[in-house]
Design a protein around this ligand. Sequence first.
Ligand code: AGP
Length: 605
Amino acid sequence: MCGIVGYVGGQNAVPILMEGLFRLEYRGYDSAGIAVLSPKATQVHRRVGRVRDLEGALPRRLSGKVGIGHTRWATHGPVTQENAHPHASPDGRISVVHNGIIDNAMDLRESLIAGGDAFSSETDTEVVAHLIARSLAPDLEGAVLDALSRISGTYAFAVIDERHPDRIVVARNGSPLILGVGDREMFVASDLAALVRHTTSVVHLDDGELATVTAGGFRTFTRELQDTAKEPTSVDLDVADVELGGSAHFMRKEIFEQPRSVERMLRGRLDDRFGTARLDGLNLTPRELRGFRRVKVLGCGSAYYAGQLGAQLIEELARIPADAEAASEFRYRDPVIEPDALYVAVSQSGETADTAFAVREVRRKGGHVVGLVNVVGSTIARECDGGVYLHAGPEIAVASTKALTHMSIGFAMLALALGRVRDLSISDGERIIAGLRALPGQIAEILAAEPHIAEVAAGLAAAPSLFFIGRVRGFPVAREGAQKFKEVSYRHAEAYQASELKHGPLALIDKAMPTVAIVPRDELTDRNLAAVAQVAAREGEVLAITHAGVLDGSGVPRIVVPKNEPELDPILLTVPLQLLAYHAALALGLDVDKPRNLAKSVTVE
Ligand code: AGP
């Protein structure tokens, strides 16, 4: 949601913090700020708007060797300069940046006000700065621990103190926090993107862990002050991965990365000899894989839709009952955890709070959960019993595209592995492997049709409201298509099962309400065409996402995608919908990479 960056070392912290904030801006972008310890006092600068607005407001000579920065996605209190981070203690000595939510902030605030404190913001974070300043502990670590003992909620904090100007103290509980190790300098960030230009040597903090960071190094410890002696690990990330590199937007860059990223993902994971997928990270023997009687997929938003597609793939290829549920609902309904079920958590960021809580719920009740996760070392990846990394590379645009494709392919490989230890024949296994290998080239073919898709998108963008329809394999495609469209174009886009249209929503169809229909060439083509006819009969415009041989010569506008195996077709049918949403947003002149009200990873409930 929000982004944290911190620096301590021999250089001027200001440009390093600003560069970090620019790279973190995709996490939250309603306001930003930095605090720098300068010889006289702490300099705090905050601005509503984008990081470039903050940059424009900084005094030219601002400098300091220690500092923290933050880019905000509002949760407590509206978007104002007062509510932007960093927040300070009443005397200005302590500065704090925070991701997450302090649940008991209201009570603490009232008791601090009763004790004479005045507040300058409406945020939960300011409470923490006040608590730290009130502590009688002689060191900053002790003061932070005193404050932590009074708060409940989720957090990643970075704290600086004029009395201890050589250090940043950080703490983590439920929100990601990473230390970057440099040469006589250290970095702090909520996301690798902010570190990548400076170091690839990192330390991931665990929940309940704190760290003291100085120019000379770091010390990690628990709330009981026990050292945790963490060793840095090296991350495989390049600056080019998090830069536009000539593309107009991250969303387009990421869409066009798919042929190569998918090829990379498949490399070494397809086993021709046995017609199966090799997913060693699952940590499951063939015998254990065979033992599962049910599969339950958990994810949020687009990841949930990919999970629906995944559950269908698992049922089709492995013939195990499988379904997907929004992790945000699952965690709150006291779910029955079945001992012979395989739970699969799916997440690009690996930090989505609702999905992480669902994982904990499964594990707490003794269930077995594996992850399909993109970000290596993320919370969900670390908390699962095993998993499959998606290897899509960093995804910066808020609207997820390539990670979604990788999720669906991850599910196809999981379904294949589950199927091959059951009744899926080797020839079917080989058929799916050949289909998977064809994907990169076929995705490239779809992307080559961008000019046609852009033209169609500009037409659709004019409609205030549209339907996306599909059935069975096509329904998760329709859901994802509608999700992408509404996220970046702000148009009302509603996904419906094509089969359900006639049971009510058909009443909405007229000339002004276009429908995007997913019509694969498979055993349900005729049924899908019946729904298209029902729409057309009410003068509704239809755009069909389809295969050659369907609606040929009908005059119905189409985007034709290459044919793969029926089970894998939904993966390809989703790709033109990414470009459709992208170009609709462009036609409307909207900020494609940073749509209003959204943030890249939702680390709060
Ligand atoms: C996708 O375009 C959305 N921004 C959103 O629905 C996202 O998929 C969801 O928040 C889950 O995120 P995750 O994959 O990082 O867990």
